[in-house]
Design a protein around this ligand. Structure first.
Ligand SMILES: Nc1ncnc2c1ncn2[C@@H]1O[C@H](COP(=O)(O)OP(=O)(O)OP(=O)(O)O)[C@@H](O)[C@H]1O
Ligand SMILES: [Mg+2]
Length: 353
């Protein structure tokens, strides 16, 4: 396995589109890094530069201390698993998994051992004589992973490997990848646009927008201390609510005149913003029954243990996730408080700490 260092990576495509700006990341041996962000933010481009499938325009890629920036893909000792498994239809599962080793003309006995070991790890032992079309989507995805495992690469790259699976299978396969990661102790870079996958899989998340890294940190760091409005709105589901709020002596005044009290530590962190307008962020799960503001209900969604209450506070669209079962009707007014507040500079959108 290997450590990985991406230094000031930039990618400008032939049509002069710059897809990635100044990407910096040090990946430790055995770490599982998830690149997350909306469509077109540069996740696949970054992964493909690591794989060697795209030229690195400027910057440096180091694998295990060795500069591989201009090295062809086949010499980088990296395995990539794609969204569309790209299995050979005319080959059996066994042949698909053995393919890269056969190509390398490895000893057939060694190949057999490696394929059987990978099949065991992935629960594919009974499927080895089948053709890909005889398998479910989840099984095909596992064969694609098996093909990567047999090569014992230094680094595994995954580009949205679960997006062709239905929701239930996605959850199960996600847990399998996590177990696989633990079992192999492998260094992995994993791309997804799904914040849930990022939170549940990652040792560290890299959150991207429009070609730029917005924040790097553990799932908890990104959830609890998002660096800016983009990360705050992207991580967490349902997304964080945002309000314009003017900072007063000991309270915030939301647009439209609702006053929300500030704790001592909140006042302290806002001391440089007295009299100014900031962006207040409140997660739906941090809204509880109380007396700070009035939530006018549009509709409710009962999730069993929780209820999502959609509506508005002074005309501002707001979603609350209340613990318990509530059956509010349209037009009901619910008193709420904000148990945890996030503050952002209105101009820079950066978090105020
Ligand atoms: N071969 C190419 N030539 C020119 N521009 C490209 C090429 N491939 C990607 N792009 C552009 O680069 C940007 C980043 O694309 P990329 O595929 O890395 O995004 P992504 O984050 O993987 O998105 P998605 O979630 O949709 O897969 C986009 O604006 C895209 O249009
Ligand atoms: Mg992509």
């Amino acid at each position: 396995m290997a450590s990985l260092s991406l230094k000031n990576l930039n990618k400008i495509y032939d049509n002069n589109v710059q897809a990635v700006f100044d990407f910096n990341l040090d990946v430790e041996d055995g770490e599982l890094i998830v690149l997350v962000g909306p469509s077109g933010c540069g996740k696949s481009t970054t992964l493909r530069m690591v794989a060697g499938l795209e030229d690195i325009t400027t910057g440096q890629l180091i694998i295990d201390g060795k500069d591989v920036t201009r090295m062809p893909p086949k010499d980088r000792d990296i395995a990539m698993v794609f969204q569309n498994y790209a299995l050979y239809a005319h080959m059996t599962v066994y042949e698909n998994m053995a393919f890269s080793l056969t190509l390398r003309k490895e000893n057939p006995l060694v190949i057999h051992e490696k394929v059987m070991a990978a099949a065991e790890i992935l629960g594919l032992t009974d499927q080895l004589n089948k053709k890909p079309r005889q398998l479910s989507g989840g099984q095909r995805q596992r064969v694609a992973m098996g093909r990567a495992i047999v090569r014992k690469p230094k680094v595994f790259l995954f580009d949205e490997p679960l997006s062709n699976l239905d929701a239930k299978l996605r959850g199960a396969t996600r847990r399998e990848i996590l177990l696989l990661h633990k079992r192999l102790g492998a260094t992995m870079l994993y791309v997804t646009h799904d914040q849930t996958e990022a939170l549940t899989l990652a040792d560290r998340i890299v959150c991207m927008s429009m070609g730029y890294v917005q924040q790097v940190g553990t799932p908890l760091e990104l959830y609890d201390n998002p660096a800016n409005v983009f990360v705050a709105s992207f991580i967490g589901l349902p997304p964080m609510n945002f309000f314009d709020a003017t900072v007063g002596e000991d309270k915030l005044t939301l647009e439209g005149g609702v006053n929300v009290p500030l704790t001592d530590s909140e006042r302290e962190s806002l001391s440089a913003y007295a009299g100014k307008t900031v962006t207040l962020g409140v997660r739906p799960e941090n809204i509880e029954l109380g007396e700070d503001a009035q939530l006018v209900v549009t509709n409710c969604e009962n999730l069993g243990y929780n209820t999502l209450v959609h509506g508005h506070i002074n005309g501002h669209k707001t979603t609350a996730k209340l613990r318990g079962w509530f059956e509010y009707k349209q037009g009901d007014v619910v008193g709420v408080s904000f148990a945890r507040k996030h503050f952002f500079d209105k101009k820079t959108t950066n978090a105020i700490r």
